[in-house]
Design a binder for this molecule. Sequence first.
Ligand code: BYC
Ligand code: FE
Ligand code: FE
Length: 475
Amino acid sequence: MSIDLNARIPNNVDLADDRRLRRALESWQPSFLSWWKDLGPEGSIDYDVYLRTAISVEADGWANFDFVKMPEYRWGIFLAPPEEGRTIPFGEHKGERVWNEVPGEYRAPLRRLIVTQGDTEPASVEQQRLLGLTAPSMYDLRNLFQVNIEEGRHLWAMVYLLHAYFGRDGRDEAESMLERHSGDPDKPRILGAFNEETPDWLSYYMFTFFTDRDGKFQLSSLAESGFDPLARTCRFMLTEEGHHMFIGTTGIARVITRTCEVMKELKTEDPEKIRAAGAIDLATLQRYINFHFSVSLDLFGNELSTNAANYYTAGLKGRYEESKIDDDHQLNNDIYKVILFEDEKIKQSDQNALLAVNERLRDDYIADCQAGVDRWNKILKRNKTDYRFSLPHRGFNRSIGTFSDAKITTDGQVISGVDWSKRSRDWLPTREDREFVRSLMTKAVIEPGKFASWVAPPGRGINGQPLDFEYVRFH
Ligand code: BYC
Ligand code: FE
Ligand code: FE
């Protein structure tokens, strides 16, 4: 696995020996850079940023920290090392050698999975492009840029697969990745959550907690793929994903910590007083949680999906931690308990496990989100506050799946459309909430070691650096 770091496109896929592929990627590169200039992080062009760059795919070498001028960052193509003798872990080809070429019969669904995955990466960069202008600290600004850079690299990862394995259609799809745009009414991004705005830093922390976490689960399922280049690409992407979710988990924890401090100082839990002191009240945080959780649940697709069953049977997309599951990994005769909205009621029933593969992944995701909420609640407990955060019911505010026909409260009651329009403002961020949150973030806090009023400093700096380290040099 040699890594060519001096190539125009750093890579460990022997691009130097494949002239055609190298040419194809080099001709896509200027489109990517021009997209980055137009829709990448606003105002970042001349900054030197303390970034982590992958220089090796081995455990000790993929995190190399140094100052990088942002547009000169070297987006590279890195696959995790191949596993000797790897076989397809699930589906009807279970036990056969993994594929290193695309099987003709699975070309269309495989391309579709890769395109859907790839589309989310630049979408998130577009959603986050203005956040640098209102960063709560230099530390946060650096973290934002780190995520943006890596999501850009994740796009490269999928574009590499399209160019290397899908010929002309793949090259066309790679072009289209830069033509769809988040929130564009004519050419939107493929999945719903990636057309929502990320207008403020609270939304950003929520996004990295809830939506990047969908990335963790989807990438983990694709990392099981029988198409080995996809599996290896996703395995390496997952190493980067941890930091994205860290930003969300700790970001929200820092907001909670700050709010608790203000509540203690003022000896009150009155939202108005907390807001007046420049912090975010807990009920507003809960409404943001409700929104981002429900929008992210939609990313798992329908509860019962023949697409998902076909991907599984074909060996293209597995389950989360497939190899740790104790069953036949084919699921022809298995059942799985699924919660659906049927006959105006929420009902749990036994369903064909193959059709329920999306739902199982959603269940795994919900459990992971709950663990994060539990950690936030510990902060509340430590501060002797009675308030507790919770995840809303899975049917709340859904647009995909059986619950899209229903109006469900956060605690799982079925209500009428009329009731919903009266009460939903208690559950989802209102216009006033959003305006208030934005009013806290009118300009960036850029002095090293300083933090905005609404968020506590993190426990430690990046890569062992102090909190007042100059993570971004503006010049
Ligand atoms: N919005 O059979 P179904 C990340 C469509 S995040 C719009 O249930 P399937 C990241 C669906 O396409 C990870 N449309 O769907 C995070 C289908 O269309 P057709 C992203 C939707 O295919 C943060 C129809 O509804 N990766 O990496 O089983 C920052 C029937 O649906 C939606 C992936 O998603 C939706 N939410 O499951 C940066 C992995 N949901 O056939 C990055 C690849 C469903 O009727 N994608 N539809 O035209 C997949 O595995 C699947 O496409 C899905 C959907 C799980 C998304
Ligand atoms: Fe990503
Ligand atoms: Fe991510």
